[in-house]
Design a protein around this ligand. Sequence first.
Ligand code: SF4
Ligand code: SF4
Length: 211
Amino acid sequence: MGAITGTFKGFGVTFSHMFKKVVTTDYPFKPPVAAPRYHGRHILNRHPDGLEKCIGCELCAWACPADAIYVEGGDNTEEERFSPGERYASVYQINYARCIFCGLCIEACPTRSLTMSNEYELARDNRQDLIFTKEQLLAPLLSGMEQPPHPMRLGDSEKDYYVGALENPGTSAGAERSPMGPGRYRISEHPGVQFPGADQAAERADKGDGA
Ligand code: SF4
Ligand code: SF4
């Protein structure tokens, strides 16, 4: 008797699901939209003139519990300037084989250089490609931005860049201004935007070497 009841219970579960809304998504043709505060791939933002917000301080690397970030700082000079102030990141890498997307690094960043986007398509077929370089992480050059190195265009000192930044969200302009939504972008869907990592990605694709 118990076996018969159990059988009907099992069929009941199957039957009840026949009338529920289907949740299958047509991925990758229609990628689901992540929640606005989803923790996805990182972005190194720029100032509105194109200079990098990152000052190479390494606080993000020290805050990371997974040891996923590697930074080497370099000195800006008047002839070759990448960020306002004295220092910039000459090397910046995030290893997505280690990252657990906790967001502690973006909390530690004093300049709001480092933020996280909604981009979740990070799967690669080899470990090397999971190490994203500075060129891949830098926000694209949007309208009015110029590829560094170049002099400070928005003031005479770094203070001019940071004072009033909280009242002026324009100073955080970067990939979060993407037409696809906050922090969401794909190289192939922005033909008019110059992505610093686009050449590398195209080269790898030509060689059939990685995603
Ligand atoms: S999100 Fe967390 S694990 Fe990933 S790089 Fe930042 S601090 Fe490290
Ligand atoms: S991303 Fe932020 S915390 Fe990390 S090195 Fe650059 S300025 Fe410092």
